[in-house]
Design a binder for this molecule. Structure first.
Ligand code: ADP
Ligand code: MG
Length: 206
C-alpha cells in the first residue's frame, strides 16, 4: 500500500477508532482485570476522546504531522503503559512518513515504528503484548494481503496471546497465571486494526 492520504481520511480514521474503543471499553477493562489493573479500556477511551477533541485541527495538518500529533496526544492522555507505547507507534509512523516519499511502502514505515515500540517497552514478539498483534499485521501488510485478511490475522494473533506467558507489563507479575487470558493491549490493537481495515476498505481502493 503506497503512502498517500486525503485530509478526510484523518477525520474518518479518528472517528472509527474512537467508536471502536467506546464500544469495547468494558471488554478491554475486563481483560485487564484478569491479568492487570482493569483500566486498559478506560485508558484507551480517554486517549481516543482527547484525539477526537482535536479532530478539526488535526485534519487540517499534512498527514504525517497529524499522525505524529495524534501520538503525542495519546502519550499525554492515555496514562498507563499503553499511552507511551501507542503514542510511540503513532509518533514514529508520522516521522517516518515525513521522511519517505509518496511511493514509499507503508509496511516499511510501520516496521520502523513497531521496532521503536519494542525498544520503548523493552519487549519482544511472544512477550504477550500489543507487539504480538503489530508484528503479524506488519507481516501481512508486507506481503500485500487484502485488508480483510490483515484484520483476521490481527484478531487471530490477539487470541493467540492467551497461550503466552506475560514477560512485560503488569501481567508479567503473574508469571504462569497470566496464561489462559488474552492480553488487553493485543486485543485493543486487533480491534483498532479491524476498524481501520474496514474503514479503508469502504473508503479507498487498495
Ligand atoms: P497499565 O498496565 O499501566 O495499566 P494499560 O492497562 O493501559 O496500562 O495497558 C496494558 C497493556 O500494555 C498490556 O496489555 C500490554 O499489551 C501493553 N504493555 C504493557 N507493558 C508493555 C511493554 N513493556 N512493552 C509492550 N507492551 C506493553
Ligand atoms: Mg492496566
Amino acid at each position: 500500500m503506497a503512502v498517500q492520504a486525503e485530509p478526510m481520511l484523518v477525520a474518518g480514521l479518528i472517528e472509527v477508532c474512537r467508536a471502536t474503543i467506546a464500544e469495547n471499553t468494558d471488554h478491554l477493562c475486563a481483560l485487564d482485570r484478569a491479568i492487570g489493573d482493569g483500566d486498559h479500556g478506560t485508558n484507551m477511551r480517554r486517549g481516543c476522546e482527547a484525539v477526537s477533541a482535536e479532530g478539526e485541527s488535526l485534519s487540517s495538518l499534512p498527514f504525517p504531522d497529524a499522525v505524529e500529533k495524534i501520538g503525542l496526544t495519546l502519550v499525554m492522555n492515555v496514562g498507563g503503559a499503553a499511552g507511551p507505547l501507542y503514542g510511540t507507534l503513532l509518533m514514529e509512523i508520522g516521522r517516518e512518513l515525513r521522511k519517505s516519499d509518496e511511493k514509499a511502502d507503508f509496511s516499511q514505515v510501520l516496521k520502523q515504528a513497531i521496532d521503536a515500540v519494542a525498544r520503548r517497552g523493552r519487549a519482544h514478539a511472544g512477550d504477550k503484548t500489543l507487539l504480538d498483534v503489530l508484528y503479524p499485521v506488519h507481516a501481512a501488510l508486507a506481503k500485500r494481503s487484502p485488508l480483510g485478511d490483515i484484520a483476521r490475522k490481527a484478531e487471530r494473533s490477539a487470541d493467540r496471546t492467551a497461550a503466552m506467558k506475560a514477560m512485560r507489563g503488569r501481567a508479567a507479575y503473574l508469571g504462569d497465571r497470566s496464561i489462559g487470558h488474552v492480553d488487553p493491549g493485543a486485543s485493543s490493537c486487533a480491534l483498532l486494526t479491524t476498524a481501520i481495515c474496514r474503514y479503508l476498505g469502504e473508503h479507498r481502493p487498495q
